[in-house]
Design a protein around this ligand. Sequence first.
Ligand code: AMP
Ligand code: MG
Length: 393
Amino acid sequence: MEMISFEKAFEVVMNSVFETDTEIISFTDSFGRILAEDISSDTDMPPFHRSAVDGYACRREDLYDDLEVMEVIPAGKVPKKKVEEGQCSKIMTGAIVPVGSDVVFMVEDSEKLVSGKIRFTGKDSKKNYSSKGEDVRKGDVVMRKGKYIKPQDIAVMASVGHTNVIVKKKPLVAVMSTGDELVEPDISPGISKIRNSNAYQLMAQVERAGGKGIYYGISPDLEKETSNLIQRAISENDIVILTGGVSMGDFDFVPSVLKSLGVNILFDRVNVQPGKPTTFGVHRKVVVFGLPGNPVSSFIQFETLVRPFLSRMMSYEWKPGEQLLPMAVRYERKSFDRMGWVPVIITGESEVLPVEFHGSAHLTAMSDTDGIFAIESGIKTIEKGELVSVRQI
Ligand code: AMP
Ligand code: MG
């Protein structure tokens, strides 16, 4: 099978998306989910002329007169009296502005006279209240479907009484590692073994992308075991992510196992560094990503291919945060026949510093990284000061 460009791989992946169903959940559980309905307001906001300060409500034309206090209006209570000429009502923040008044002057700008009347001591007063329906009218759409639900959105749902909300179901994502050299993190590896770091990195990446990760463990480099585990994962999930076993080694069984299970492999090599052996296939309504075993490659391939796929499954057009910033140093790479993703640190001066990086397995370097930028195939150097688009990771 032919090696394809990253752009082509991205297109193939995105064209294989099928959407998840929707479900109804409590708005209190909806943080980080994708909204699957338009939400409109059941009320004007604010629902009444609402005072923004503690002060006195009166007629603007009476502002400089000594005013008789008619009543005190606390928040949450209905005013009993209309404000007429020469009168005012003491009002608290959040309370209903009484009929007849059109200004609320602040308590800080007032003086109580011996007679009990109130005098405005300021130069001029702002209106100091919000008008009914000024923010939102009853029936207005306050949130549209396809939105990622942030904490602020939960406040909006609360304010319009939308306590049950329709969201996209989280895609179910199987995560499994392959390799006889792997042991779980709580085990001391001993000679010839390393700890399985990829699977846990991927589980966290799945969670950050809005999916539900299910860990399937480590498969040994044996065809039968690998096949059984993948088959089970395919039958129970929407996405299956494997790491390792996709290179050209004698024990890299993943591609042949996928084929024997009836997975239609759409590509098995991408012209990108790191991440060349990335494999992608479809089995009915389940997709399989075979990511490289190297943790840095697997991380970057997830962010650049799997995350957009997973987002679109929930009809969410996720865009990675990108910043155009100048290079702090000149960057040169040895081979330039592939497109590259370059992990970088953003310095205190907002300049881009490529991370010292000893190959695709250099995990701790990745931990310090703020982002990655793309370098086209055929390009060998980027000069100091040249602008690059850094994508947050
Ligand atoms: P492979 O793609 O199986 O040839 O693996 C490539 C490299 O990544 C090898 O050095 C593996 O030991 C390493 N590797 C594979 N799987 C993992 C994993 N789950 N965690 C950490 N390193 C891994
Ligand atoms: Mg392996």
